[in-house]
Structures are given as structure tokens and as C-alpha cells.
Write a protein of this length. Structure first.
Length: 64
């Protein structure tokens, strides 16, 4: 029974990380390896988060 509980907790944790964007860098690395491998180096974690913040918050963000 503890194995099932551990599996459920692990699945919950993965879902929570995806929903909150906490796994964004890991997903970026997976994408980079699939589509851009051999084209230099992927962004560092710090550079990735800096670029994401710039992308999210640059420009006008309002409804009217």
C-alpha cells in the first residue's frame, strides 16, 4: 500500500510542478535536446528564467 501512496504522491508532485511552471527549465531542456541538439549550448537555468521573465512582462499587459 505504501508503494501506491508513494506513486500517487510522486504523480501529484509532477502535476503540481507542471501546473505552477516549476518544471519549465526541465521541459525547455527536453525540447532543446529534441529539436536543437548540435546547435550550440542550451541556456543556463539563470539565463532561461531571465529570458522567461522578460518575455512574460515586457510590453503592455492589460485588457483595455
Amino acid at each position: 500500500m505504501t508503494v501506491k501512496l508513494a506513486d500517487k504522491l510522486s504523480a501529484f508532485w509532477r502535476t503540481l510542478r507542471t501546473a505552477t511552471g516549476d518544471d519549465a527549465y526541465e521541459r525547455y531542456l527536453e525540447h532543446w535536446r529534441r529539436h536543437h541538439d548540435g546547435e550550440g549550448q542550451p541556456l543556463s537555468r539563470k539565463a532561461f528564467f531571465r529570458a522567461e521573465q522578460q518575455r512574460r512582462w515586457s510590453g503592455v499587459r492589460r485588457c483595455c
